[in-house]
Design a protein around this ligand. Structure first.
Ligand SMILES: Nc1ncnc2c1ncn2[C@@H]1O[C@H](COP(=O)(O)OP(=O)(O)OP(=O)(O)O)[C@@H](O)[C@H]1O
Length: 259
């Protein structure tokens, strides 16, 4: 399998001397769905942002498809980012919000519209093309944000706690939709969460991170076949992985506190 993302002994120390990442080493392969799981402040967002070219490592290197992230962001549409806040332009319709990155890229307007409608259908918003963000629920806004990211046909989708602000039912629906999309579009996904259940449900591998300074405490392969319906939460194997991931999270924290 080809490498999609490589963190090579990355340290990230901010100007105020906060160590956000320390000796962070991880390779993600094409087609994987990897969750960064860890307590608040452990450096998950910092790691993800560097993959998007938002911030450079202090030491070490981050490579995406063998290139520097900044290069890829400038020259290609290979990387797309979805944040916790949907970040939609309130004065533009759903369709125009999704069209925005396509317009910036140029090409035929007809093709752009076709693509925007395709991804909006994929996230279940075919009937809301002309709606404005204020007319949408939180879950629908997040769907628009995901559609906007997908419209550029990225090879790598970066998601920073995209479902954290949603209610449990909406979160579960969007988790299933995301898994469907990932299987259809066959891209690589890096997903930040501090929710153990979410990480086990979505991941092919979980990168468990420890409290500051952000280190990779363990990597867990989730050997549960796809599709993984919501009902999988009652499966004993699913719960074994939840226990294992929780143990890795807590074990590390306890050792850290004992120091
Ligand atoms: N621009 C910055 N300048 C200084 N310190 C920063 C900056 N960005 C993040 N930090 C610090 O780096 C550490 C890691 O932050 P980061 O946002 O990556 O954590 P996180 O694991 O994503 O947290 P959360 O789950 O709460 O979002 C934190 O201590 C944070 O305060």
């Amino acid at each position: 399998m080809k490498e999609a993302v490589a963190f090579k002994q990355v340290d990230k120390i901010f100007n105020n001397e906060t160590i956000a990442l320390s000796d962070f080493d991880l390779t993600v392969h094409e087609g994987e769905f990897v969750c960064f799981l860890g307590p608040s402040g452990c450096g998950k967002s910092t790691a993800l942002r560097m993959v998007a070219g938002l911030g450079e490592p202090t030491n070490g290197e981050v490579e995406v498809f063998g290139h520097s992230p900044k290069e890829l962001i400038q020259d290609t549409n290979d990387i797309a980012f979805v944040f916790q806040d949907a970040n939609l332009l309130p004065w533009k319709t759903v369709l125009d919000n999704v069209l925005l990155p396509l317009r910036l890229r140029g090409g035929s307007k007809r093709e752009q519209k076709k693509e925007a409608v395709r991804v909006l259908k994929m996230v279940g918003l075919a009937d809301y093309l002309k709606a404005y963000p204020r007319q949408l629920s939180g879950g629908m806004k997040m769907r628009v944000s995901i559609a906007r990211a997908l419209a550029a046909k990225p090879k790598l989708l970066l998601m920073d706690e995209p479902f954290a602000a949603l209610d449990e039912i909406t979160r579960q629906t969007l988790q299933q939709e995301l898994l469907d999309i990932w299987q259809k579009e066959k891209m690589t996904i890096l997903f930040v969460t501090h929710n153990v259940f979410e990480a086990v449900l979505l991941s092919t591998r979980i990168a468990v991170m420890s409290a500051r300074p952000g280190r990779l405490s363990s990597v867990i392969d989730i050997d549960i076949p796809f599709p993984r319906p919501a009902s999988i939460r009652t499966n004993p194997k699913f719960n074994e992985y939840v226990d294992l991931a929780s143990e890795k999270l807590e074990g590390r924290q306890e050792r850290e506190e004992a120091k």
